[in-house]
Ligand binder design. Structure first.
Ligand code: PLP
Length: 461
């Protein structure tokens, strides 16, 4: 898609993504189990989540609202653990959605937590996540953040730059030796359905394998008496549906592990393959089963290690989206409805790019359903848009909604648990929505809605 400025009007046809709405579903009221939270049902036509009627949720907590099915999150934690354990480890990537309640749930289920800022670290510590079950990431950790991570005794720190290794060496002169993973850039970048091996590692994260920087980083960590070299970390992308990219990355990482053994006489104890496992957002997404994914990753790493004469290091994965993504539904109230020249109907809701930036940012696809009642009306091709002053403020680019949709109806957008609340903003001075946990017919806020007073209180004018 071209990003250059262009006049509005006829040229939009060639600068916007190809406009291929999916075919209308046979039943607009159906809830596909791969996409909706496990506790989603229709009762008398009305959507219920974790046994709670969405009309009651809207009445009590207002809209827009994120509704998170606790049992869905917990069950996915158990699936990942079962698939990768008992010899592997699963760390929840808190960047996907970071709140005390969710970090407590994942920790209770036996997962560790990966954090990438001091803020996420504080949430994890205050949620009671055992420090040794925390991995500290980040490509630009400040001295204070590193000091806090060391002082708290986090299980692993992922080294991302030479400056950081030097800072850590300075911080740990007299302290316990934190375990260090060296983040390597394998030259593989993988996203949904496609992966490419880049010739050069043109990105900010990690140490390049191709340039030899990764070998040098390991050398420097091993040379530091205050640091304990634990192994290697590689993260290749997001929303990945097949393991081809992991295979190339593992091959390259194991190549480095062989060089480490040959140069330092050390076999790496840990290999962290990062996150990025895909989920279904629409009917077109065919996400792999976690157990199949785990099996192929293990086979890939086993095969590469066997071929290289290494014993298999302990495998860690860091799913974020795969744990919380499918658990959450965004609830909106329909405002204005506009038919545009018979092209499509624009349905405006009371949220938008401030609570879900993914459509505008990544051209992400979502589904949408009428939630507060069932309807037998014919499908109407719609675009669900927000209330912000941007024409790119789109929540669902192509939505099939019943033609009798009316202002005041509730709409539900599934699979918004990851990278929606965590990327939410106050654009246009809207307050960020609450997150409500549901289960067994009960609902409770786990993140409260911001108020206008919250926003005004930041203004020192
Ligand atoms: C280092 C690292 N680990 C884990 C994740 C989680 O990825 P996902 O939520 O796609 O599983 C990310 C996402 O950017 C990441 O950068």
């Amino acid at each position: 898609m071209s990003r250059v400025a262009h006049p509005a009007g006829p040229r939009h046809g060639d600068v916007l993504p190809a406009d291929h709405p999916p075919a209308a579903p046979e039943d607009l009221n159906e809830l596909h189990e791969e996409i909706w939270p496990r506790g989603a049902r229709r009762s008398g036509g009305v959507l219920t989540l974790g046994g709670v009627d969405v009309r009651d949720l809207a009445a009590e907590f207002g809209t827009p609202l994120y509704v998170c099915d606790e049992q869905d999150v917990r069950s996915r934690c158990r699936e990942y653990l079962e698939a990768f354990g008992p010899d592997g480890r699963v760390f929840y990537a808190a960047k996907a959605f970071c709140s005390r309640a969710v970090l407590r749930w994942v920790s209770e289920e036996g997962l560790g937590v990966d954090v990438c800022t001091g803020g996420e670290l504080e949430v994890a510590l205050s949620a009671g996540v055992p420090p040794e079950q925390i991995t500290m990431h980040g490509n630009n950790k400040t001295q204070d953040e590193l000091a806090r991570a060391v002082e708290a005794g986090v299980g692993h720190i992922v080294a991302d730059s030479f400056e950081e290794i030097a800072r850590l060496a300075y911080l740990t002169e007299d302290a316990v030796r934190p375990k260090i993973l060296v983040r390597v850039t394998t030259g593989v970048e993988a996203h949904t359905h496609e992966f490419m091996a880049t010739a050069h590692d043109d990105q900010k994260f990690g140490f390049s394998l191709a340039s030899g920087a990764a070998d040098e980083a390991v050398r420097r960590v091993i040379a530091c008496p205050g640091l304990s070299f634990a192994g290697l970390h590689s993260h290749i992308g997001s929303q990945i549906f097949d393991t081809a990219g992991f295979e190339v990355a593992a091959h390259r990482v194991v190549g480095l592990a062989v060089r480490i053994r040959d140069e330092h006489g050390i076999e790496i104890a840990e290999l962290d393959l990062g996150g990025g496992f895909g989920i279904a957002y629409t009917d077109e997404d065919d996400a792999p089963e976690v157990k199949d994914l785990a099996e192929s990753l293990r086979e890939i790493v086993d095969g590469q290690c066997r071929a290289a004469g290494l014993s298999r290091p302990r495998l860690t994965v860091e799913p974020g989206r795969g744990i919380v993504g499918p658990s959450t539904v965004s609830l909106y109230t329909v405002g204005t409805i506009k038919d545009v020249d018979g092209l499509r109907t624009y349905v405006s809701v009371d949220g938008g790019m401030s609570d879900n930036i993914r459509t505008a940012l990544y051209d992400a696809s979502y589904l949408c359903a009428l939630a507060s009642r069932a309807s037998d009306a014919p499908p109407m091709l719609s675009r669900v848009v927000g209330r912000h002053c941007e024409s790119g403020d789109i929540v669902v680019r192509h939505a099939w909604l019943p033609a009798d949709l009316a202002p005041g109806d509730l709409l539900a957008v599934p699979a918004t648990g990851a990278y929606c609340r965590s990327l939410a903003s106050n654009y246009n001075h809207v307050s960020r929505p609450a997150v409500i946990a549901v289960g067994a017919g009960a609902a409770r806020p786990i993140v409260r809605r911001e108020t206008l007073d919250d926003l005004l209180s930041l203004d020192c004018g």
